[in-house]
Design a protein around this ligand. Structure first.
Ligand code: ADP
Ligand code: MG
Length: 242
């Protein structure tokens, strides 16, 4: 069974139809990369999965539960999903450690000592154990993004959503974040990732999905979608970004 099943999702903002019958299956442990032009609906899709937006039509199931059911407990659904954005969104006045423990303590009622131990484990996982007491502005962009990933991992999510997490980084810092995502994939994490990093998609993705005007125009292994696309529009997009 899929861990994430997105079926015929529609979403409009006013008369702007952004997701137009979008369907995608993500199996446990899979890394699925979403590609597509700016405005094609990639971020909206991730936001719908994390219930930051409500869908107009269609179904999203996470681990067999219909999370688009209006009676669903959104906090509970979100606690099973880690999300990381382009901007790291760390709280500047808090240490790295406090950024990571904030939600567990405040939202999920985890005991402070338990939350700290778990956060230190996650900071170690992302190579930032030595920076636990630092403030975000004492970290490089790549380190800040790794701290944001540690924060997203701290609840042991079933699914990680990553929205262009390397786009704001200086080029020399991109690799350390992509290497971390590659490690997470090796550990069996299920991930849905929007990125323009095609070499990452080629080497790590199980499936690549090309979004075109809110529809999944082409879904398949990277060797197919990136190297030998069937659709002229996929070919045109890849030509433009190369
Ligand atoms: P992508 O991430 O692929 O660049 P987005 O999902 O961000 O695309 O945006 C898709 C379309 O939805 C764009 O036309 C954008 O302007 C519109 N959109 C996204 N979020 C909102 C919002 N909160 N309100 C109105 N329009 C939005
Ligand atoms: Mg986007």
């Amino acid at each position: 069974m899929s861990l994430l099943s997105i079926r015929d999702v529609r979403k409009s903002f006013g008369d702007n139809l952004v997701l137009d019958g979008f369907s995608l299956e993500v199996e446990p442990g899979e890394c699925v990369v979403l590609i597509g032009a700016s405005g094609s609906g990639k971020s909206t899709l991730l936001r719908c999965v994390n219930l930051l937006e409500t869908v107009d039509d269609g179904v999203i199931e996470l681990d067999g539960t219909d999370i688009t059911d209006p009676r669903i407990n959104t906090d509970q659904v979100r606690s099973g999903i880690g999300i990381v954005f382009q901007a790291y969104n760390l709280f500047p006045h808090l240490s790295v450690l406090d950024n990571v423990t904030l939600a567990p303590i405040r939202v999920h009622g985890v005991r402070r000592d338990v939350a700290r131990a778990r956060a230190l484990e996650m900071l170690d996982r992302v190579g930032l154990a030595a920076k636990a007491t630092a403030k975000p502005d004492e970290l490089s962009g790549g380190q800040q993004q790794r701290a944001a990933i540690a924060r997203a991992l701290v609840n042991s999510p079933k699914l990680m959503l990553l929205d262009e997490v390397t786009s704001a980084l200086d080029p020399e810092l991109v690799g350390e974040v992509l290497d971390l995502l590659t490690d997470l994939k090796s550990d069996g994490m299920t991930m849905l990732i929007c990125t323009h990093e095609m070499s990452f998609a080629r080497s790590v993705a199980d499936k690549v999905c090309f979004l075109d005007q809110g529809r999944p125009l082409e879904i398949g292994p990277p060797a197919q979608v990136l190297e030998n696309p069937a659709e002229p529009r996929t070919r045109e997009f890849l030509r433009r970004i190369r």
